[in-house]
Design a protein around this ligand. Structure first.
Ligand SMILES: CSCCC(=O)C(=O)COP(=O)(O)O
Ligand SMILES: [Mg+2]
Length: 232
């Protein structure tokens, strides 16, 4: 029986274009001034220190960390410290009404249907838990954040590491074979399978199907019948 669904965000619930062209562009533009303005706040100090640890360079100045973060944005590095500072910047953007997040049109209905059947819904994304809550709280389809009761980011582990999925299943108090993971990235689907989870790959916007994972073009293609997960 599928008791839990855990979904990725970028490329799965939400277009890659929204994340790269809106969120990453805004974070890149706002980052230097944000760090200057909020320097000394515990959460910013902690993100700066985490970046120094991730870089293995404990003596980096604050300005050097900002430069490093900008480079990591350009390289799409999923560094936990970068994701933490991006979440804080996006919070200001969402609250100022600068943007609302994209979700594919099939997402709200499918999530609501699954939840109504008693399936618990969680998120596993490289974006920080703050960024995840903000994204689903400010979508073009309204506030979807209340549909979820579990939020996991890279503080749980890397998305290509099977141990992360074992940890998530344990945190959700569900055996791995009763947890369905949805993602657009093969390495993540491979890792979820290695940990014993069910999985469906999403091939959005004309992407090629996965060779070795069941593939859906939209959440509406996913049919859950007892123990079985079928793709139409
Ligand atoms: C939580 S919104 C921003 C998502 C993000 O920063 C990112 O890098 C996308 O990662 P995902 O694991 O959702 O593909
Ligand atoms: Mg993704």
């Amino acid at each position: 029986m599928v008791r839990r669904i855990v979904t990725d965000i970028e490329g799965t619930t939400t277009s890659i274009a929204f994340v790269t062209d809106t969120l990453f562009v805004h974070a890149r533009r706002a980052l230097p001034a944000f760090v200057r303005t909020h320097l000394g706040e515990a959460r910013v100090t902690s993100a700066l220190d985490a970046a120094r640890a991730e870089a293995g360079q404990p003596d980096l100045s604050d300005e050097a960390v900002v430069a490093l973060w900008l480079r990591w944005i350009d390289e799409d590095r999923k560094a936990t410290s970068l994701k933490a500072i991006q979440g804080m910047i996006w919070e200001e953007g969402y609250h100022a009404g600068a943007y609302r997040s994209h979700v594919y049109p099939d997402v709200p209905g499918a999530l609501a249907r699954w939840k109504a059947r008693g399936i618990g819904l969680s998120v596993f994304s490289s974006g920080s838990v703050l960024a995840q809550r903000l994204l689903f709280g400010h979508t073009i389809e309204g506030d979807l954040s209340g549909l979820f009761d579990g939020w996991f980011d890279t503080t749980t582990g890397k998305k290509a590491d099977p141990a992360s999925y074992a940890r998530i299943a344990a945190a959700l108090d569900a055996p791995p074979h009763e947890v369905l993971f949805l993602s657009d990235v093969k390495a993540e689907l491979d890792a979820a399978r290695a940990a014993g989870l069910l999985r469906v790959g999403l091939a959005r916007d004309g992407a090629s199907p996965f060779a070795d994972h069941p593939t859906a073009r939209s959440f509406d293609d996913i049919v859950i019948e007892g123990d079985a997960v079928l793709v139409r």
